[in-house]
Design a protein around this ligand. Sequence first.
Ligand SMILES: Nc1ncnc2c1ncn2[C@@H]1O[C@H](COP(=O)(O)OP(=O)(O)OP(=O)(O)O)[C@@H](O)[C@H]1O
Ligand SMILES: [Mg+2]
Length: 488
Amino acid sequence: MTKFNELGISKQILTALEKMGFEEATPIQAQTIPLAITGKDVIGQAQTGTGKTAAFGIPMIEKIEPNARKIQGLVVAPTRELAIQVSEELHKLGRENRVKTLPVYGGQHMERQIKALKNGPHIVVATPGRLLDHLRRRTIRVDDVRVAVLDEADEMLNMGFIDDIRSILEAIPEERQTLLFSATMPKEILDIAKTLMKNPEKVQVKSKEMTVSNIDQFFVEVTEKQKFDTLTNLLDIHVPELAIIFGRTKKRVDELTEGLQARGFRAEGIHGDLTQGKRTSVLNKFKLGRIEILVATDVAARGLDISGVTHVYNFDIPQDPESYVHRIGRTGRAGKTGEAISFITPREVPHLHLIEKVTKSKMKRMQAPSYDEAKRGLQQLTAEKIMKAIQQSDLQEYRETATELLDEHDSVTIIAAALKMMTRERRQTPVTLTSVQPVSVKHGSKNKGSYSQRGRGGGGDKRGSFNRKGKQGGRNRKFQNKRSKSNS
Ligand SMILES: Nc1ncnc2c1ncn2[C@@H]1O[C@H](COP(=O)(O)OP(=O)(O)OP(=O)(O)O)[C@@H](O)[C@H]1O
Ligand SMILES: [Mg+2]
């Protein structure tokens, strides 16, 4: 257990941390902050949701000279939503120092962005494509950048981004400090990383598993055709506060979203083909709880920190074990608990074992629930609504009719009828999705079954004590626990 004031952090940031409700440093923060404050290049690897943002954010803010209206810190992140989130967290950390942060990402108005850049931000958090655009147009100057961070570093150094990242880093003066963070760091990516840094120190908060121990991991074996009904059954039984459902493709996400909406769930989809306005509004609705289900491609797999996500469903199992680690890491953050449920078709069983092997974790088998179990789950929900009405509403004007009904039938019959009327029969809306091919372990690689172009991930970290004032989410815990136990 490390206090922040033992880490050589300045007074203003300590005040900011206090205001954010952070009481103790997490292990990755305790181990990387003092090192990075001395100016060393650091590669930091620790499990999802363990505070890597502040681990690089605090040393970066320490290096900012607020009186100089120049970009002194640059963070590169793989998605727009993550850039926005990281920028917000850095803003909170740097508030007492009057550090200005700006997210810069694609899909935003170029002119507006250029104007904001002229306002003199100290830190820019950018997605690679848009950042390169600005560098080419000379609308961003990185000559004064002292600290550069690659968040989700293994993703940023992967095939899709590596050339952009090289160009970006080449534009920054060589005296810079470079910090790389991620929950996963496959060996070959680590080798590339070292070529971009100066004698980096690798800090790996070790643990047995790559995944977070307070996420309960399950798999359900289902045929492709059974997947959707199984999903809605599970949702009715689990009653997530907020859930993320990952689908393999954009089309899949669209179809899943429509299907869930047709069955009466408050669900919306997010993927790369939507306009930025739509992406932002869907994510905001989800954060506010106006929708309870976010259906997503891997665009939402990394870094996003949304409190209240109690369940992650892999409707389609991901190709890469790393992707599995990041996806399920959208729950069980900052010491909270969560559940991850992966759907596996019979042909994908070997792939399941590969993921388990690489991540060094185990998924427990969960039986696909029956429709009757799901209906009981739904009835419980209706029962909760009735209990709430008893507690919260004035029922006086309904009493007369109620008494009349009781003259005709016994109370159980009347309540059963009321429950039936208030409970939606999901299966009355049939939904058929376009089938997708099962994921397969690719043979002929030295890795005993490699997956896509990436390599194997390394270890993870140990979750340390994680104290934060604030609420633990979850609605109607009592009912939920009872139900999930009987079904998992
Ligand atoms: N010392 C702390 N005490 C309490 N809460 C913290 C602390 N540090 C960070 N947090 C909170 O924990 C949550 C997770 O942090 P963060 O998003 O930085 O995790 P991460 O390690 O980057 O995860 P990922 O690998 O998914 O990107 C955030 O809500 C953050 O504000
Ligand atoms: Mg992160």
